[in-house]
Design a binder for this molecule. Sequence first.
Ligand code: SAH
Ligand code: SF4
Ligand code: F3S
Length: 445
Amino acid sequence: MRNIAPPKTYRIESFGCQMNVYDGERMAEMLAEHGISAAAEGEDADLVVLNTCHIREKAAEKIYSRIGRLTKKKAQPPLIAVAGCVAQAEGEEIMTRAPAVSMVVGPQAYHRLPAMLERAVAGQRSTDTDMPADAKFAALPQRRKSAPSAFLTVQEGCDKFCTYCVVPYTRGAEISRPFKELVAEAERLVEAGAREITLLGQNVNAWRGEDLAGRAVGLAGLIRALAAMPDLARIRYTTSHPADMDTAAGAALIAAHGEVDKLMPYLHLPVQSGSDRILKAMNRSHTAGSYLKLLERFRAARPDLALSGDFIVGFPGETDAEFEETLELVDAVGYAQAFSFKYSPRPGTPAATMDDQIAAQVMDERLQRLQAHLNRDQLAFNQASVGKTCAVLVERKGKLPGQWLGKSPWLQSVHFTGEAAIGDLVTTRLVEAMGSSLGGELVRP
Ligand code: SAH
Ligand code: SF4
Ligand code: F3S
């Protein structure tokens, strides 16, 4: 065993969902607190944290090639920590397969990274994939910096056990962070510059808590409390599950969309398939019909709502006719945005050992057809926005001189040129629609 110089600089590479982005930010803050600073763009870091995703096969395999590139032909390779969902699912395997990795830390244990780092510097490798309920957040440092659009994890884990999915195993059981703790973190984020907060959870609408008066509240109660913060302009939430919408708390959330101005007109509600037989085999606890009814209720509360969804093609046993039902559902909804994937068999999930796994070529064809429908609808949604005047939250500079990039209320990327600064909410007229973005013109107040 040899001692290694304590790292001075770090880089965190986050893959996967927004919850990993949030965890990456929290790890960065913790490392900064321990005197390790972010490596400059293009510079080698002394410590690299790979914050991984296990959701599909490709996502997990990426990690090993990344480790290879980080250590290849390096006289002084960086210390490497593997965090996130691959760490949780394959911790032991990583340790055996990748000797260059000195730390493996799961998504519920990363508050203990500094202690693991001390051991790594002393030449000891360690793994921590414990799932202590709710201990992590209390152990993390206060928020000090924020981009105009900030993430705030309010709920973690999943009890739904869809037959294709690893999340219940990598993130553990559903937990809700306490109301008070979340309001405090939101206040810190706003003081640090956030104008928009996106509440995150694997099933964010399963969030439950007690408000300051001790009343039981669901996500709508939390949203209403945050909306009362004067300097916070926008609230969003993701990802929702249809089963947690068909409840009293869900009804309150639908109502909030019609009543809370700061709650943005956007809903990401994954459906996965339009076939009831496939939905049942997926253990989704909703039907295509019950999903469409939910959307009707949302649209009644907020007619201009932009809809987004997730889709899986080629689930085991999916027939051509069942795939056609997915296309029919897509055509019926008219999504503003969507995420679609080929089914990927994941170790330890029931679907991985089901009969009738679908051939890769069939999946490719289905994905292409589905994406053609989704792209058509996204363009149509963007085209229908042309002529509207709306607020854009400026998030960064564009590629051209004087150009800025931001988001519309419907989460469309909008670029415009003119006088503005990061964090401004500017009024723009949408003048041009592309497939995945819009051109806008500043409107002088
Ligand atoms: N909790 C969220 C989704 C989390 S995972 C929900 O239930 O909606 C994000 C998306 O990845 C899922 O919605 C699904 O579309 C996709 N996904 C999950 N497991 C997958 C698998 N094994 N193969 C392909 N796509 C998958
Ligand atoms: Fe995965 Fe289903 Fe849970 Fe979403 S609800 S995280 S798809 S098991
Ligand atoms: Fe991936 Fe884990 Fe998120 S598997 S999608 S990083 S919860």
